[in-house]
Design a protein. Structure first.
Length: 135
């Protein structure tokens, strides 16, 4: 199983859309975002990172792993890959959120050093848990 950085979003968009449709009900592909795909002979997971300039903060915007490949640490690997990418680009803070009942994601974030915080303006879903990490 390998994770590769998506270099050409236009070329990879069909793959990202297929994974997104299987895993989420809304789509969040925007400019100023970077994407990664995990493959095990076929695409099995993906993750995104939005890079905001003002304030200069990175946002873990999405991660999805097909059910057949959950439980192998892919979400934590994606977190680390995106953190390293953000650091190389001069970012020193990452934020994200998860639904309150998404225990697996919340625990993975905590294991990777993220801490709960209260944003000035909520940007997640209703009853979201907000996490941040200083890099």
């Amino acid at each position: 199983m390998k994770i590769r950085h998506v270099k050409n979003l236009a070329k990879e968009l069909p793959t990202l859309h297929k994974l997104d449709e299987k895993l989420f009900s809304d789509v969040c592909f925007k400019e100023n975002s970077e994407w990664w795909v995990a493959e095990d002979y076929r695409p099995i997971a993906f993750a995104g990172l939005h890079l905001y300039q003002q304030p200069k903060v990175a946002f873990l915007c999405r991660v999805g792993v097909l059910p057949s490949h959950r439980g192998f640490g892919l979400q934590r690997r994606f977190i680390r890959v995106r953190e390293q990418y953000a650091v190389r680009r001069g970012y020193d803070r990452i934020v994200t959120y998860t639904e309150r009942n998404n225990y697996a994601s919340a625990n993975n974030l905590i294991r990777c050093g993220y801490r709960l915080y209260h944003p000035r303006c909520e940007f997640g879903l209703k009853d979201s848990l907000y996490f941040e990490k200083q890099l």
